[in-house]
Write a protein that binds this ligand. Structure first.
Ligand SMILES: [Zn+2]
Length: 102
């Protein structure tokens, strides 16, 4: 693999172990984080090209590397909000009144 094909670190977990996997059918492939499973969009491959084909790998890694920074920022913000919500739900005291007033 040449230098220009090196995958950027995973925007979600920071891992640098990115693999090329089969897509939804034999016509597709995509780059995926080996740690958290985050995946880039599928790219089309020619008949007979495996996921180890250099052209397939280059196209899949290019797709992995061009993801829109705004999408990543939005997803990270939503993830932080979800984690905060989950922690308040789980950490709530057991005797906390379910309903007040009324
Ligand atoms: Zn990851």
């Amino acid at each position: 693999m040449t230098q220009k094909n090196n995958p950027l670190p995973c925007p979600f977990c920071g891992a640098e172990n990115v693999t090329i996997e089969e897509g939804s059918t034999y016509r597709w492939a995509h780059a995926s984080c080996a740690e958290c499973g985050a995946a880039a969009s599928d790219i089309r491959r020619q008949y007979g090209q495996g996921t180890d084909n250099p052209e397939v790998q280059e196209a899949a890694l290019a797709e992995w590397n061009i993801r829109d920074r705004r999408d990543i920022d939005r997803l990270q913000r939503e993830l932080a909000e979800a984690r905060a919500f989950i922690s308040t739900t789980i950490d709530a005291p057991k005797d906390y009144p379910a309903e007040e007033g009324m």
